[in-house]
Design a protein. Structure first.
Lengths: 790, 160
């Protein structure tokens, strides 16, 4: 038996085109007679549009057309996660604002010109007269009486109020009867997803055939096709969406955006291809943002450290409009994870979605789950300090015991499998935890501020069972489908409905097929990102591609294998149950020397000269797969930081990540996902934060002002893993795309607070920049002096 | 205005707007779309190319300024069908995910090593510092650093 391809860290199959500059991203596409679109965007956070004068722009060189909201005859931009039982308000979101703008960057007009330079020049000539209105950028303040209102029909700007509770009375009682309650107000600052490729779209309409093709930067081209078809009134069998090469998404390329709709609308209107690519500054204004919560959270415990109940009240900014999946993020993806890996008896989340005069928010890597794990782990550390317990021992005391097939938590979820003790043990061993604490003690005596943060986490991903999607208001299913097609020469095409954009499934999915059928990976091409070439699927996000699409693929490959067995039995003149399979060869049990290779069978199935009676020609299988449950990866992360007390600078000295995503198809790719996720999570703790001023101006409007983490900010991370298969997945695998982000923000946060504990610092606003840390140190020193004096 | 420059060994003459950026010249006039654009403030480095052997953010340079110069883009890095050691190393060490920053990152890293007489002596910290002008949102940089170290072992002596 050769080395198994499943589990092997082979080099990625997508890389040759990417390292040579031969990859074609949306903005690289060129069509003859293309018009370039520029969007005129509101400079005000909140204003009435009094008038728009397009005359000068229309007369500018190269300009073909200028359109405003009054010209549009398509449906509004849809929201697709209509969370039920939450009094959800869904005001219209026109692709171009007609009467009122609701964030800086809201589109008011588009200019179509022969070149991009001409389009941008002319966009500057569009004169819009605004009557500015008051802005409100803080989601908590926006709900208060007297706050500026964004919509007539939305009192207090409350878009929805959603509650998930294990029982309100029981939760109340648990808090009343608790020996200890720890509480915190947490601000999850707004983040800019910053996929390195800005968004882009190009559309071509054929008015003779009625066919529309849209190339765009999408994580989910089938959702784009479905939604754009409805908005533009194009039958979806005439609408093709292509997003073959996408330069990162992190959630920001899930939504169906106004700009994409405008490109397609204008292409149809003008009868010429239309292309638009955002600048980075435009990206920061008009591409969705992430996070932006104000949370009030409490944890109830017994004196001995037994954690009993947890609750949170969350004000979650939705921005000026509801983005495609916006309402699902601070609700379903957030409030159901309040138990994390602990045996809480009671849990409650009240999530209030709030309109603010800011860029709409939506799923950003982790989407609701980093916020949940942050608040739980923050409270656990706070409880440990309160009880003067070691934070590791407190966690260990409350961990859910190991389970292989289902564990019900108080929020109503059934986790699939977990062994939280094992990841904790491994991380502590890798870190040398006892020694670290001694080192910390010594450092403190030397006047140095060394801190350790430890997080145990589980996350919900592999979205998800379609029944759950329906029950939670998602306007679609969450199943996946795929086709495995084998040619006469034994070459394989795998068509999937998901759309990897950096995660490496062109490689890992080839490994799945190779493992199941014995074709060499070089003979397997994974096709994605083109709705005309791939079967329906709901896209790549929520760490769902391998858990859902990968399951469909494994089952499709097994169908192919079953057919091969039947054909081999016929050709070898044996009964099907006597056929064995090994390494791409089919043979009668006990006689491996006389065999049919998978390639032999592909040829015979395709030419169909000699098939068993009743067998259809061809070697191809199609498979739909709706997962019976989510998957729940888990792990333990540990950070060591040192704070410079003179400057407030935080140095991340070590970072240990032990994650369990079940069996790893390609451990090199898994590690890459963890590295990237950790940097994004730590980016939130230490560096990143989108800021608005009181007038609603985005003051982090470019890469000059928003800190995207750089190479010199991090050490090499130390990775470990355990392997606990999911009981319901055909390959046992779970997702790994978001774990790093989910676990790392709070791990480093807790490490910094741990470092500053001798000074009495309990909280610092994120990102924990040197000025903020320095200020916290100075304030703590001042308080200590005051305390001593009084 | 007329410009004349050599890109990947081929001499091009074009009549362009004086304000045209080098990156737009490469992408739109020459169709060399391997050089990507990731920002509008010269922070991200996705558009890094070599001009007369030194790395340069091609969004921070007018095409006019490249008149008479030698420019190498990612498309011109491989020689005679052989990947450059830096390209090989990025592939070998999983130094890329979505690939969008990769051409600029490879060009910047290749120039970083070329500038050192003994690139294999560069420390991890020096490599990280040397790449701070190039942003990657996917990899967390760890495997990029590993790739540069790997390439350095193959580029000993400052030439590939």
């Amino acid at each position: 038996m050769s080395t198994r391809i499943f589990g092997s860290g082979i080099k990625r199959r997508e890389d040759p085109r990417l390292i040579t500059g031969k990859a074609l991203y949306t903005d690289d596409m060129v069509l003859p007679r293309t018009l370039h679109m520029a969007v005129v965007r509101s400079p005000h956070a909140h204003a009435r549009i009094k008038s728009i004068d397009i005359r000068a722009a229309k007369d500018a060189p190269g300009v073909m057309a200028v359109f405003t909201g009054q010209d549009l005859d398509c449906e509004p931009v849809p929201c697709a996660w209509l969370v039920p039982d939450a009094d959800l308000k869904t005001p219209d979101h026109p692709a171009l604002a007609k009467k009122r703008v609701r964030y800086v960057g809201d589109g008011v007009a588009v200019v179509l010109a022969e070149s991009r330079y001409q389009a941008e020049d002319a966009a500057e000539l569009v004169e819009v007269e605004y009557k500015p209105l008051d802005a409100v950028v803080d989601p908590e303040k926006a709900t208060q009486e007297g706050a500026p209102r964004l919509y007539g029909g939305v009192p207090n700007n409350i878009a929805f109020r959603w509650v998930a509770s294990s029982g309100d009375e029981e939760v109340e009682k648990a808090f009343e009867e608790a020996d200890v309650v720890v509480s915190e107000r947490i601000v999850q600052q707004r983040l800019l997803p910053t996929a390195m490729e800005p968004r882009a779209a190009m559309a071509q309409y054929n008015d003779a055939s009625g066919e529309m093709t849209v190339w765009c930067t999408s994580q989910n081209p089938h959702i784009h096709r479905h939604a754009m078809g409805l908005v533009l009134g194009i039958p979806d069998n005439k609408l093709r969406v292509v997003a073959e090469e996408v330069g990162g998404g992190f959630g920001s390329k899930i939504p169906v955006y106004a700009d994409e709709i405008l490109v397609a609308w204008a292409a149809r209107k003008l009868g010429r291809p239309v292309k638009w690519t955002e600048t980075r500054s435009e990206n920061y204004q008009a591409t969705i943002h992430g996070r932006d919560h104000v949370e009030y959270v409490d944890l109830a415990a017994k004196k001995d450290g037994t954690m009993v109940a947890i609750r949170g009240k969350v004000y979650a900014a939705m921005g000026g409009y509801l983005s495609t999946a916006g309402p699902g993020v601070p609700t379903i993806l957030h409030g159901l994870m309040y138990c994390n890996v602990y045996r809480f008896e009671h849990a409650r989340c009240e999530s209030i979605g709030v309109f603010t005069t800011t860029t709409p928010t939506d799923a950003y890597r982790g989407a609701g789950r980093p916020e949940a794990i942050f608040l739980v782990e923050r409270l656990v550390d706070k409880l440990a300090a309160e009880l003067e317990m070691d934070p590791v021992e407190l966690r260990r005391k409350n961990l859910i015991p190991p389970f292989q097939d289902g564990y019900d938590v108080a929020t109503g979820l059934t986790y699939d499998s977990g062994n939280y003790q094992a990841v904790l043990d491994q991380a502590l061993e890798m870190a040398g935890y006892e020694d670290l604490r001694q080192e910390q003690e010594q450092a403190r005596q030397d006047g140095r501020l060394l801190g350790v943060g430890v997080t145990t986490y589980a996350e919900i991903c592999g979205l998800g069972p379609s029944q759950v999607a329906g029950a939670t208001g998602f306007q679609g299913g969450l199943w996946e489908s795929c086709i495995v097609r084998v040619s006469a020469t034994g070459k394989v095409q795998v068509m999937i409905g998901t759309n990897p954009h950096g995660q490496g499934e062109e490689t890992t999915f080839a490994q799945i097929v190779s493992d199941e059928l014995g074709f060499p990976v070089e003979d397997i091409e994974v096709v994605h990102g083109d709705t005309d070439q791939t079967p329906m699927g709901w896209g790549t996000y929520g760490s769902r591609t391998t858990p859902v699409s990968g399951a469909a693929l494994a089952l499709a490959a097994r169908k192919v294998k079953d057919k091969c067995k039947a054909l081999a039995a016929h050709l070898l003149e044996a009964a099907q149950e006597d056929i064995a399979y090994e390494d791409g060869k089919f043979f009668v049990k006990g006689s491996p020397e006389e065999h049919k290779t998978i390639q032999d069978l592909a040829l015979m199935a395709t030419v169909a000269w000699d098939l068993p009676e009743g067998m259809d020609p061809g070697l191809e299988a199609s498979q739909f797969y709706d997962p019976p449950n989510f998957v729940y990866p888990f792990g333990c992360h540990l950070a060591v930081v040192e704070v410079d007390r003179e400057t407030g600078h935080v140095e991340l000295k070590r970072y240990i990540a032990v994650d369990d995503c079940g069996p790893q198809i390609n451990p090199v790719i898994v590690a890459g996902q963890v590295h990237g996720g950790v940097v994004q999570g730590v980016g939130q703790t230490l560096y990143e934060g989108a800021a608005y001023d009181e007038q609603g101006q985005l003051i982090t409007g470019s890469m000059m002002d928003y800190t995207v983490p750089r190479a010199d900010m991090f050490p090499n991370f130390e990775l470990g893993h355990t392997e606990t298969p999911s009981p319901h997945h055909p390959l046992g695998v779970k997702g790994i795309g978001e774990t790093g982000t989910i676990a790392s923000t709070v791990t480093v946060y807790n490490a910094v607070i741990d470092a500053l504990r001798p000074l009495g610092v309990e909280q610092i606003e994120m990102p924990m920049t040197p000025p903020r840390v320095w200020k916290a140190i100075q304030e703590a020193k001042a308080n200590n002096v005051t305390r001593k004096q009084s | 205005m007329k410009v004349s420059l050599t890109v990947n060994g081929t001499r091009y003459e074009r009549d362009i707007e004086p304000r045209m950026l080098l990156v737009h010249f490469l992408r739109e006039e020459l169709g060399l779309t391997g050089t990507n654009i990731g920002c509008d403030t010269s922070q991200c480095g996705a558009c890094t190319v070599h001009m007369d052997g030194r790395s340069l953010k091609s969004c921070a340079c007018l095409a006019a300024q490249a008149d008479g110069r030698q420019v190498t883009t990612i498309e011109g890095l491989a020689q005679d069908g052989q990947l450059h050691p830096m390209q090989e190393a990025f592939w070998e060490k999983h130094g890329l995910q979505c690939g969008y920053c990769t051409p600029g990152m490879i060009m910047a890293a290749a120039a970083l090593l070329e500038q050192h007489s003994s690139p294999d002596q560069l420390s991890e910290a020096e490599i990280r510092h040397g790449l701070e002008g190039n942003l990657c949102r996917c990899t967390g940089y760890q495997n990029i650093v590993a790739a540069v170290q790997e390439a350095a072992r193959h580029m000993k002596g400052g030439s590939s």
